[in-house]
Design a protein around this ligand. Structure first.
Ligand SMILES: Nc1nc2c(ncn2[C@@H]2O[C@H](COP(=O)(O)OP(=O)(O)OP(=O)(O)O)[C@@H](O)[C@H]2O)c(=O)[nH]1
Length: 546
């Protein structure tokens, strides 16, 4: 679907209306704010690859903000993406981190104020980086923490280094930290490029990985942005990511010969498609058969009939076609006396599937075509055959779950939300040191569940004020210039509304991992405060000896 541009150059997207047509327009300011950030050389290259994808920038990419962050200014200058941030410019003067993860981490912390401004107001942030190098390894997790602190969903996509680089240990320090702040973490193993494409020219091999990263990003953006005959949106993505567990994003485009037997021999072709989609050679452990929730976007030519769609989607939902027929017949026969016990006995085994469908225009040669994007979650945490059912909750409670997530304050400032999410509270009486922060546009309100009283109390403890002396003690491993930068960022965050326990709880992300989310797991509120309330990049466990 082409994005239309108005006279004022405002992007408007057609959206599905209640009659199933595609006539309504969604104004730009109604759209969720999506930001794609590449950190370090590999991350920058992945964003650049995305830019170069045919049609991407003319279509969904136009309504997304792209950034490349790097310590190495030369690398930034050579790439197309117009939004660039040089990390740690005062200290490193635009030179790279020299494969030193501590240097890259410090450079990113030095730029935390700019990073915070960039992510403020975001609903969804994609972060992509190569693990193992100096900049992206820990820089990515600092960016992820900033994004999580402003309430965004964070989807991280990283590469693992080639074995011959001997950087796996550093890479896993990076993954350990990034995982904490990511709702979804996708990993591509560069070593598998050697295994699967041994004869490819070197950069062509790297591009195979870059293609997977960029396809995953553009596929998810399409799921949210593109109007389709059966539509999905940002709320659907949240539902699937809230399912918890490990996640995976897969994309595949198939056409022509690969699908030529789709009508003659649908069983074999569907098996073939399923295998092609679910076994991406470079992705580490897809384990998709363990997923307990799927968000699927299917864009197909007219060869994909009702029968074929039924067979194909059933492979994910693992539905047995004739299950429950008797109960359904009994219920339908007596609608006046619907029996709750009978309703409850309907089997909802297997994963939840939300799917979007759109028809691709047929080509002149009438070749079958299929593009498929899958977000799968819940791997590794649940029984994949668990009962998939939503419990009906009393009406008041269910209304409170749809209340806005992030408190809308009359004059919120860029950094208030960040500050409220951190355990170290800035001095609220401090003068405004950064005028840009004060003038930044108000972040858009997004939906949020109401916090139970006990969670508010827990959050109050977690946000207990820490004075500047304590802050300096925690900063002892960093040099003076960086300490000053961080303090300024925190002080800028300090002006505006006073922090209260209420705010802290209300600003809590609705997409916390299940174990920490009191709305999914009622016991979570009794556990320790959510991790993102700590200013983790100042903590000791990030001081790594190389
Ligand atoms: N797939 C893929 N991997 C890459 C690419 N560029 C770098 N890598 C991998 O990513 C790892 C990190 O490299 P970079 O991203 O260049 O490093 P950096 O984070 O910028 O850190 P410094 O260069 O030390 O400042 C490397 O070990 C490579 O394995 C790329 O274009 N594609």
């Amino acid at each position: 679907m082409t994005i239309q541009t108005t006279m004022e150059n405002e992007i408007v997207l057609p959206v599905l209306n209640s009659n199933g047509g595609k006539t309504e327009m969604k104004e730009r300011d109604q759209l969720e704010k999506i930001i794609v950030i590449g950190v370090g050389g590999a991350g920058n290259n992945a964003v650049d690859y995305l830019y170069k994808q045919p049609g991407y920038m003319d279509n969904v990419g136009k309504s997304v903000i792209h950034y490349i962050f790097n310590t190495d200014e030369n690398c930034l200058n050579n790439l197309q993406c117009e939004n660039k941030l040089v990390l740690g410019k005062n200290t490193l003067k635009g030179k790279g981190a020299g494969a030193n993860i501590n240097v890259g981490r410090n450079a990113t912390v030095e730029s935390i104020k700019e990073i915070t401004e960039i992510v403020t107001g975001a609903d969804l942030v994609f972060i992509t980086a190569g693990m193992g190098g100096g900049t992206g390894t820990l820089g990515s997790s600092i960016v992820a923490e900033a994004a999580k602190s402003v309430g965004a969903i964070v989807v991280s996509l990283v590469t693992l280094p080639f074995r011959y680089e001997n950087r796996k240990r550093n890479a896993f320090y990076g993954i350990k930290n990034l995982y904490k702040y990511s709702d979804s973490l996708i990993m591509i193993d560069n070593q598998k490029i050697v295994d699967f494409y041994p004869d490819y020219e070197f950069t062509q091999g790297l591009d195979e990985a870059n293609k997977i990263l960029s396809n995953a990003i553009s596929g998810v953006i399409k799921i949210i942005r593109n109007p389709t005959t059966i539509n999905t949106d940002f709320e659907d993505l949240k539902t699937i990511l809230n399912n918890g567990g490990k996640s995976q994003i897969l994309y595949r485009s198939l056409a022509g010969q690969e699908l030529e037997k789709i009508n003659e021999d649908p069983d074999a072709t569907i098996d073939y498609i399923y295998n092609e989609v679910t076994t991406s050679p470079l992705i580490t452990r897809s384990n998709i058969e363990q997923a307990t929730a799927f968000l699927i976007l299917l864009e197909c030519s007219s060869h994909f009939t009702q029968r074929i769609m039924n067979q194909f989607v059933s492979k994910f939902s693992r539905v047995n076609q004739n299950d429950d027929d008797d109960i359904l017949d009994e219920l339908l026969d007596d609608l006046d006396n619907l029996d709750e016990e009978k309703i409850e006995s309907i089997k909802n085994n297997g994963p939840q599937v939300i799917f979007a469908y759109d028809k691709l225009p047929d080509t002149e040669d009438n070749a079958p075509r299929l593009n498929i994007t899958i977000v799968a979650t819940g791997m590794g945490t649940h029984d994949s055959n668990r009962e998939n059912e939503q419990t009906i909750v009393p009406i008041q409670e269910s209304i409170s779950h749809t209340l806005p997530t992030h408190k809308v304050t009359p004059t919120p400032t860029v950094n208030n939300k960040v500050a409220d999410n951190l355990s170290i509270q800035p001095d609220r009486s401090a003068k405004i040191l950064d005028n840009r922060a004060a003038q930044a546009p108000a972040p858009k309100a997004t939906p949020a569940p109401a916090a139970p009283a006990a969670a508010v109390a827990t959050a109050a403890t977690a946000t207990a004020a820490v004075n500047q002396g304590d802050l300096f003690a925690q900063l002892s491993n960093l040099d003076d210039a960086i300490k000053q930068q961080i303090l300024e960022a925190l002080q800028a965050a300090g002006q505006g509304q006073a922090s209260t326990a209420d705010n802290a709880a209300e600003y809590r992300s609705p997409v916390l991992p299940e174990a920490n989310n009191p709305f999914v797991n009622p016991k979570a509120e009794e556990k320790e405060a959510p991790k993102e309330k700590e200013l983790s990049f100042l903590a000791d466990d990030l001081a790594i000896d190389e």
